[in-house]
Ligand binder design. Structure first.
Ligand SMILES: NC(=O)c1ccc[n+]([C@@H]2O[C@H](COP(=O)([O-])OP(=O)(O)OC[C@H]3O[C@@H](n4cnc5c(N)ncnc54)[C@H](O)[C@@H]3O)[C@@H](O)[C@H]2O)c1
Length: 388
């Protein structure tokens, strides 16, 4: 029987619902108190989830709390995680680690100095989709992967989010900060660490119109680049062309495609836990499907779309797996999968891509991280509840 870690939530917004749901899936986490800079949000969240709302300060000083779950907005991740670490708490934050490399680096230093765990989303790479892809890549089913492409592109959140401005704000906005972590974490998982990165910006629509809510039809100014094109050179020699954009009406490309010297692979959506992997080993042949819906973190667990969380009507969403795995590792003194080295490396790639786009100069990635190992069924079993 695993120990159940008492978790204190800071940031009671949209995504918090998904983490409360995670308690049903994983056997070692329990959110017992919550706090928010806006106390009304904390009170609302506490009432729905039958826990206690406290102030941020009270939560950070609370002796009962072992892990701070940081679900604040990206620009607050650094301050909240830092406060957690200086108050003797382990911390697990939503993505990204911080909005700039320097802050991320400091968080890692602090966690090491204080001998506390720092964990970070995304944890979607622990799901069936990326894990099945990893198994096939590691078995060299498509041979040596020389190149590939990855794309996240859509028109932006302004049509369906009542408060879309943060996605377009000067320092913390844009698709690289918002969606980059999913794609880059998945790629580092499959290919190992990156070495160099280029970047360029394509100018998009500079004023956007809010499509929903009390401010419907109001316009606002876009303060950050909304399209990045980048080439990433990995240490193993693979070259990936990455598109991250809030300026594309629609497209039909696959999220990630990898091209090896023995075949090609379509990797499912890195923002989700499930999805099939497809492999084709000869021009003109049909693609072989590798289903993941029988895998422990690939099984469909969402059958009706939540209006609040970012998920499609039917899918596998086990967000919180990274937090539960970190808790397991704290108890067993192991290195967790969603660790600080990995998230700092991903932030380094994002930061360097942005720098490359401004300077026009190819940037060296400053950090290294170990290529993550597979999340085995045996390991998953340790944190998954029996009935899941
Ligand atoms: N919404 C999604 O579908 C989704 C999906 C995946 C990841 N995420 C990530 O989760 C995080 C939160 O997203 P969200 O959609 O829930 O945002 P949100 O704006 O709905 O909620 C954020 C909450 O944090 C609070 N907050 C902000 N700064 C704070 C501070 N300094 N101290 C304490 N509380 C503070 C806000 O008052 C708000 O209640 C982001 O990092 C986002 O990238 C969101």
């Amino acid at each position: 029987m695993s120990k159940i870690f008492k978790v204190g939530l800071i940031g009671c917004g949209h995504i918090s619902e998904t983490y409360f749901r995670a308690e049903k899936y994983f056997n070692n986490i329990k959110i017992v108190k919550c706090a928010d800079i806006n106390f009304n949000n904390a009170k609302k969240c506490a009432k729905i989830n039958k826990i206690k709302a406290v102030t941020v300060k009270e939560l950070l000083k609370d002796k009962e709390i072992e892990i701070i779950l940081n679900l604040t907005i990206p620009k607050a991740h650094y301050q909240v995680a830092k406060q957690a670490l200086t108050n003797g708490k382990h911390v697990y934050s939503e993505k990204p680690l911080a909005i700039n490399f320097k802050d991320g680096q400091e968080l890692l230093r602090l966690s090491k100095k204080n001998k506390l765990y720092i964990g970070n989303a995304p944890d979607t790479f622990l799901g069936g989709g990326i894990q099945k892809s990893k198994e096939l890549v590691d078995k060299k089913i498509i041979g040596k992967i020389n190149l590939g492409s990855a794309i996240f592109a859509f028109p932006g959140v302004q049509s369906y989010h009542p408060n879309p401005e943060p996605w377009f704000a000067k320092k913390e906005g844009g698709p690289a900060i918002d969606m980059g972590p999913y794609y880059l974490t998945a790629l580092v998982n499959l290919l190992g660490p990156a070495k160099k990165v280029s970047g360029s910006i394509v100018k998009g629509v500079k004023r956007r119109t809010i499509g929903i809510g009390p401010r419907k039809n109001k316009t606002f100014k876009v303060e950050c680049p909304t399209t990045y094109l980048s080439t990433i050179i990995f240490e193993n020699g693979t070259v990936i062309r990455l598109t991250l954009s809030f300026d594309v009406i629609t497209h039909k490309r696959n999220h990630i495609e990898l091209y090896g010297d023995k075949g090609s692979m379509i990797v499912p959506d890195p923002n989700m836990f499930g999805g099939s992997v497809y492999v084709c080993k000869k021009l003109g042949n049909p693609w072989t499907e590798y289903k993941t819906n029988k895998m422990p973190l690939g099984k469909i667990n969402i059958r009706s779309q939540s209006s609040r969380a970012n998920e499609s009507a039917i899918n596998a969403n086990y967000r919180g797996a990274g937090l539960a795995e970190m808790a397991y590792c704290i108890e067993n003194k192991k290195t967790h999968k969603c660790n600080g080295e990995l998230s700092l490396h991903v932030l380094d790639i994002i930061d360097s891509m942005m720098k490359a786009a401004v300077t026009g100069i190819l940037q060296n990635i400053k950090t290294k991280c170990k290529k993550p190992k597979r999340f085995t069924n045996q390991e998953i079993k340790k944190i998954l509840r029996k009935n899941i």
